[in-house]
Ligand binder design. Structure first.
Ligand code: NAD
Ligand code: WQD
Length: 331
């Protein structure tokens, strides 16, 4: 298939482009590079031997999106990663998030429709489950959000549901990612956030490389085995492959969790990282982070049954590849 990947230069997008190329697909990337670097395209070529077509542009700008479809007439489907994702920033700048994520998606969908391309895989998030009453979480759990970023994911899901209900030609698969971590085995691709990271694994990586002094663990008084928050960490290469499976099975409206089904606490992650990399991670216990939930992990059964999706990489793989990438790439 010929696939337009919005946000394909970013963390999850770049790993997915590699997996798609390795599975024989032709790729066109549209990215405005607001949170990624153009060098990633060379790394994709180094890994796969093939350079994806790339157009710099913004999904909010109709002419940028039209330009992609007018240049590449035969696009079969879109995988839509482009979006802003920092929860804290979304609370400070909600309009930026509603504009970039929601208005951007509406513009993308209008252009797709005008060009007769009505097949999309969308990057949703486990954040749409809010604070789940029980775990593991199945796709039919009640949806809610605790911040504007999460609201953008929820609204975009609703837009895609409405679109599929209005026109049977549309196929939309909503993938709800749990906590993607890790890096490509080559160490050429990975997550390299600017400044102080918001998420656990990039923060651990910066501490491990001596760029930050110690990890601040946000709360040890949750109702979990060791008191720290529990999440479903999934290797980004497993997550990437989930998109390759999903794009081949587009059929009406589908919703899948992409996780491993196993929850690890913050302290489990610290210990696993130390063991995998034979290093010591200094940490301290801080108060809870506002808005955090105690436990969230997936029931991945539906994705396994319908997509054949199964995460195969271990927690050791996640910790090892993260550190190898950080050592090579964190300046
Ligand atoms: P990322 O920031 O690394 O990648 C997003 C890419 O989209 C970047 O390359 C950025 O430059 C581009 N982009 C942003 N706004 C754009 C716009 N208006 N026009 C064109 N390009 C634009 O983030 P990621 O971690 O790879 O996440 C990809 C998607 O997955 C996002 O939609 C995110 O919300 C979603 N998601 C991420 C996580 C996570 O923990 N990383 C979890 C669940 C869902
Ligand atoms: C994991 C655990 C923290 C940092 C967020 C978004 C969600 C999704 C993934 C996109 C929690 C603890 C963290 C630190 C810590 N993104 N922690 N010290 O909160 O599950 O989800 O990213 O969709 O929308 O909300 O991930 O990595 O931030 O936190 O103790 O410096 O690590 O309290 O228990 P989270 P996270």
């Amino acid at each position: 298939m010929k696939i337009l990947v919005t946000g394909g230069v970013g963390y999850i997008g770049s790993h997915t482009v590699v997996d798609l190329i390795e599975n024989g697909h032709d790729i066109v990337i549209l990215d405005n590079l607001c949170n990624s670097k153009i060098e990633v395209l060379d790394k994709i070529k180094e890994i796969t031997g093939k350079a994806p077509a790339f157009m710099v542009g913004d999904i909010r700008n109709r002419s940028d999106v039209d330009n992609v479809f007018n240049t590449h007439h035969d696009i079969d489907a879109v995988i839509h990663f482009a979006g802003l994702k920092a929860v804290g920033e979304s609370c400070e700048k909600p309009l930026l998030y509603y504009d970039n994520n929601i208005a951007g998606t509406v513009t993308l969908l209008k252009s797709m429709s005008a060009h007769g391309c009505k097949r999309i895989v969308f990057s949703s998030s486990a954040t749409v489950y809010g604070d789940p009453a029980t775990v593991p979480v199945t796709e039919d759990f009640p949806l809610s959000t605790t911040n504007p970023y999460g609201s953008t994911k929820l609204y975009i899901e609703q837009i895609l549901k409405d679109l599929c209900a209005s026109d049977s030609e549309w196929d939309a698969t909503l993938l709800r990612y749990f906590n993607p971590v890790g890096a490509h085995e080559s160490t050429l691709l990975g997550e390299n956030p600017n400044g102080i990271p918001n998420n656990l694994m990039p923060y651990i990586m910066k501490v491990a490389c001596g760029k930050l002094e110690k990890l601040h663990i946000f709360g040890d008084d949750y109702p979990t085995a060791d008191g720290t928050g529990v999440r479903d960490y999934i290797h980004v290469c497993d997550l990437a492959h989930g998109h390759t499976l999903a794009i081949s099975k587009l059929d009406g409206l589908k919703i899948y969790n992409l996780g491993t089904g196993t929850g690890y606490s913050v302290l489990d992650m610290v210990k696993a990282f130390e063991k995998a990399n034979n290093i010591k991670l200094p940490y301290c216990i801080d108060p809870r982070r506002p808005g955090d939930v105690a436990v969230n992990f997936a029931d991945p059964a539906k994705a396994k049954e319908e997509l054949g999706f199964e995460a195969t990489r271990t927690l050791e793989d996640m910790c090892r590849t993260s550190y190898e990438f950080a050592k090579k790439n964190f300046k």
